[in-house]
Each structure stands twice: as structure tokens, then as C-alpha cells.
Design a protein. Sequence first.
Length: 543
Amino acid sequence: MSSLGLIECWGAEGMATNVVNLDALIPREDFNVDAKPLDIEHDPKIPLSKLTDGFFGGSLRKPDFQRETYHWSPSRVVDLIRSFLDGELIPAVILWQSGSYVFVIDGAHRLSALLAWLHDDYGDRARSQKYFDYRVPDEQIRLAKRTRDLVQKTIGPYAEYVAAQGKPADDIRPDMRPRIARINASHSLTAQWVLSRDPKVAEDSFFKINQEASPIDPTERRIIKGRESASAVSARAITRAGGGHRYWQKFATHIRDEIESRSKALYEALYHPPMDEGYLKSADVPVAGKGYNSLPFVFDLVNLANDQKITDSTAKRPIKEDLPKDPTGELTVGYLKRVESLVERVTGNESKSYGVHPLVYFYSRTGTFQPVAFFAVARMLKRLEEKGLAEQFLEVRERFENYLIRHREGISIIIHKLGSGTRSLARMEAYFERVLAALLAGASDEDIQKGLAGEQEWKFLIQDRGPSETHDQPTAGGSFNKNTKSATVISQGLAAAVRCGICGGYIHRNSMHIDHKHRKSEGGLNSVENAHVAHPICDALKG
């Protein structure tokens, strides 16, 4: 049991980041939308001409509960397009008509990949820019470019196929000739239609198909099932910085505006500055890692801040309790405010902020963001505040952080041994508190290590140390891999990082106060010699 009573849980660490965001290619819509029925033929074939047709192509919609269309890598997107052009077998898409819309029950990624090719939009062009309010992340743009370059290299853009129509065969790329012939012959995707008019039948079909063919992660499933909850709406708003599909569009204007402004501010607090591609190139990193495809982490963050149960991706049984629905948006605003309070305590400029440096607490030795550490620290800081122990922590903060840096493998070992779910978080909180208690009692690093080695609960931290996380085998003339590069940047970056002039701990870029060494109230000068950088909470407690 954690000595400060910090027992909570959380779920998935996050989605893959090396994937293409095609979410804008097929808009979302409510299954139950009241729309005038149109005469759309339930054709079992969908040629490219139908996708480019404004009538059918413009009627395509994803259900509002459909998971985000960003699970495919650039190579998989291009392979789908190539497979279609080469006449290879592609699984049927499953469609359902409601009023003037054709909902994609299964096959959204397949259709989106083809639409991306037709519109030359792999997450960075006109449709996507408008969809994301012209705030497309750098990572999304980078992956879109990689996809477009791969298209150019392997199959050619759709514009070339259009331009090749009517040209002599000798003027057309050899690999394009048979593909153009198939397009002209109306080569098609196969479509199956859900014939029931009942939205519940269509929704049940979606979950049955997706759970059997490609199982939905427990966190994703909970987001989808609770899509009208404050938890899901808040998480989606934060993840897209108030842009993308507006799951909050039914709320009153002033509520919508507040959701968007708070979400944008939270996104910036968590994910600015954006991380560079590849290895870390600076110690100036975002608090919560890469913001790209971070919905599971943000969803867990929202629930943690609002005392809701957290999905454990390692658990066999899903959480049965329904998340409360939010019909007006007022609950969502309240949820966002509590997330702001949690994030502000970790990083920010308000007087309660500890200005935690993410490289000390939340990143592995090789630069991987560790969500469970973020949650454990957030809960630890809250409990310290509740128990009136903030000043005691600040007294040993410098030593505490130095210990975590020198024994950084401790956090990684806990995650590796226990996974990223409930058990890992509870043990992580207990680990931080175990070390903190020892430091407050005057123990040295060596004393703490000996103590851990002698305790049944903690000896695995000493025994389970494996090889270096960098995985570089020293060889003459060998190149450094990205893990070694990141580890070097972290090590040297922290050595030169700014420390608090009051407690001696590291300070994050979001939380720098300039404080008087000799207080203004006591006649302290406003000179450089009398100024130092301090954490907001240190500045506040100093008075």
C-alpha cells in the first residue's frame, strides 16, 4: 500500500505515432440525424468514379462513434491503393444508408486511403487543413509527406492517371498502363449493405464486426461507448486542441467556445514545444511526449483528474460502469477545469505549480515518454498538497530528482515488470513515496539502494537490471543509434538545465519565475545580482 494513500489506475499508454491521419477524408455524422431520404442505389460495386462523384462521394459519412482514422502506416496506405489498382482482392466495405447519408460501418480506412489518393490529401492538404482548423501538427505533416513521396515513387499520384487519359501508350509510365485500363474498366471495391433501417442494428453491426475482425482496445472501446460523456468529449477536444470533428457542436455557443479555448490551452501546456523527428535534439521537451495520436493518454488523464475509473488495457474484463452523459456541455467544462488544475500543478505559472521537468520524471533514459510516471507524479503532488507536506518535499527535492536521474532504470523496470496498467501505477506511486520517505529520514542513495534490495516488495528493482536501454554495442567506427543519441542529449541537457534558486530542483520551461534573492519587502534590489529563477510554488512559499 502506498504510504500516502495514492491508489489509482490507468489504461493504455497511447497509440502508435508512425501512422497517417486520414480522419478528415470521410466526415462524421450522428446515426440518428434527421435528414431527408435520397434515392441512393445499394450498388454492390464502388468504382473510383463513384468516389469522385459529388453525389455518392459527398454522401459518405463515418458514424460519430467510429474510432479515428489514423491507424495505418504510410506503407500500408500506399499498399492498399496499389492493391486496388493492381486488381488484388480487397475485403468488402460495409455500408448503411440513413436519409441522405451513406455510413461506413466497416472499411473506413480502405475508403479513406483511396480518397486520400484521389484528393492528394494524406492529412496535410485542403480537406485536412480545414477539418483541423488549420492547426495540423508537424508530425502529421511529416507523415503525409512521407506517404506522398512513397506514392510518387511506387504508383504515381492520381493526377498523373487523369493526365494520362488519351495519351499514346508510349508516353505513359509502363507500370501505369494496366492500372489505367482497370480504372477505365470501372474496377471496383465490393460493398455490402446493412439493410435494416434501425440505427441500433447498424451500431451493433459496427461493434460486432470491429471486435471480431480487429479487436478494439479497451480504452478505445470505452471512448466509443461513452462518446456522449464529458470524459470522451473533453479528451477529444484536448487531443485536437479544440479542432477536428466537434463532438461538442450541439452545445450552446458560449459552452462550445469555452470548451475550445480551454482545450487549446491544455494541448499547448501538454505538447509544446513539439518534439522533433527521430531522436531528441534538445532538453526542451513537451511535458507529455508527442501529441500525435495521444487520445488514450488524454482520455485517462481526464478520467484521473475527475475521479473516474481508468481503463486497464491489461485487464481481461472491461469496466462496466457507464460514464455519465453530458447533454448541455456544462459537465464537460467542469471536467476540463479539473484537468487544468491537475496539469497546472505539474507544469504552469500559477503559485501551486511545481514546474516539474519532464526529462527528470516522465521520460526514459532514451527519450520515450512514460505516461504511468506522469500520472504517478501528478497524484503524488496532489497528495503532498492535501497532507500539507509540500514544504518537506521541497526541502529534499534536489536530492529526490538527483536520485531519480542516477537510478532512472527504476521507473522503466516497474513498467516492464508490471505493465502499463493499474498495478504499475500503484507501484510507481509507492516507489516515489518510498524514496521520498527515505530522503526525509536522511538516507543516502546507497542506503536507499541497500534498503530496496533487502525488501521483498522492492528487491526486483535491484535484481532485474538488464543491459543498457541504448542497445548500442561498442564497435570501432560504428554509428550511434537514435537511443544513444537521445540518451546523450538528455544527459548533457540536464547537466546544463536551469535549477531553482530556492529548492535546487530542475525547472521546466513552462514554469519559470524570476524571484528576488533578497525580498522586495526587505529592501531587495531589482538587479540581476539579486535575481534567480524559481519554481512558482517555491516563490509562493518563500513569501
